[in-house]
Design a binder for this molecule. Structure first.
Ligand SMILES: C[S@@+](CC[C@H](N)C(=O)[O-])C[C@H]1O[C@@H](n2cnc3c(N)ncnc32)[C@H](O)[C@@H]1O
Length: 254
């Protein structure tokens, strides 16, 4: 496992302990609601995944870098067989806690998504991959593995960050009173920045912007066809007043 991945794993353990936006598990009330209502969850900060994305897809789901107890329990509430791969022990504990509480079967594995996945070819019908590839340096091996473990006719729904976010310092993104000044050339590479003396903090860890070639072209290169797409935003980020900052894509393995 690369060193930066090990650092990010500890970072997500700490964030999960602190209960941040992406680490709060589904409550019992929300689980009951999920059972009685349509499938509802996000891959990006606010927009729900369209219901049409689940049409005609089989029941074996991989939640990729999806620990924390958000998407997995919703899918389990709808009768899907859920496997979660995540690199944070603490996020996986939350996932297991919900499964035990609500009494459903779950396979939750700690693994690094930059390495070959611990699954046989064509194991899943669906991959749910919320915004998380900003924590890995090279996307192509991960897209290739997603393609390998999906069955033909299977889909991958992936949330990702608009790379423009990484042109600015966090201080300006978080605070409307700080001017938005372009600071970084894209693609931003947190590992190289730290090697060149940038401060490494538990506020952000190692992050990476990716080119659209890597995000969209990479999925196509792996063999996927893109079927649908939407943009989303985060009202809490200063730059979000000027442009959308997140996207989600639906890819199909023919
Ligand atoms: C923004 S959270 C998404 C999960 C969450 N269920 C949600 O609400 O969408 C990002 C997740 O990516 C995971 N992650 C980061 N780097 C990873 C890696 N190299 N391999 C596997 N998981 C990773 C983190 O542990 C974290 O759980």
């Amino acid at each position: 496992m690369p060193n930066y991945v090990a650092y990010n794993s500890r970072l997500w353990d700490a964030w999960s302990e602190d209960c941040t936006t992406w680490t709060i598990p589904l409550t019992p009330e929300k689980f009951q609601q999920a059972k009685n209502g349509p499938i509802e969850f996000v891959l990006t900060p606010t927009k729900k995944v369209p219901l049409s994305w689940f049409d005609g897809v089989g029941m074996d789901v991989l939640g990729l870098a999806s620990g924390g107890g958000q998407q997995g329990p919703v899918m389990a509430a709808h009768g899907y067989r859920v496997t979660i791969l995540d690199n944070s022990m603490r996020q996986l504990q939350s996932e297991r806690m919900v499964a035990e509480r609500e009494d459903y079967q779950l396979l939750a594995l700690q693994a690094d998504m930059t390495l070959p996945f611990p699954f046989k070819d064509e194991s899943f019908d669906m991959i749910i991959h919320p915004v998380s590839n900003c924590y890995i340096e090279d996307l192509q091996p991960t897209w290739n593995e997603c393609y390998r473990v999906l069955r033909h006719g299977g889909v991958m729904m992936a949330g990702w960050t608009n790379p423009i976010l990484y042109m600015f310092d966090d201080e300006a993104l978080d605070n409307c009173d700080v001017p938005l000044i372009v600071r970084h050339k894209l693609p931003y590479n947190g590992r190289v920045e730290v090697e060149n003396g940038a401060e490494l903090t538990m506020d952000t860890g190692y992050q990476f912007s990716h080119t659209l070639d890597a995000q969209i072209g990479g999925q196509l290169k792996a063999g996927f066809l893109l079927k649908d797409f939407y943009e989303d935003n985060d009202p809490g980020i200063h730059l979000g007043a000027y442009t959308s900052l997140f996207a989600a894509s639906l890819a199909l393995k023919m």
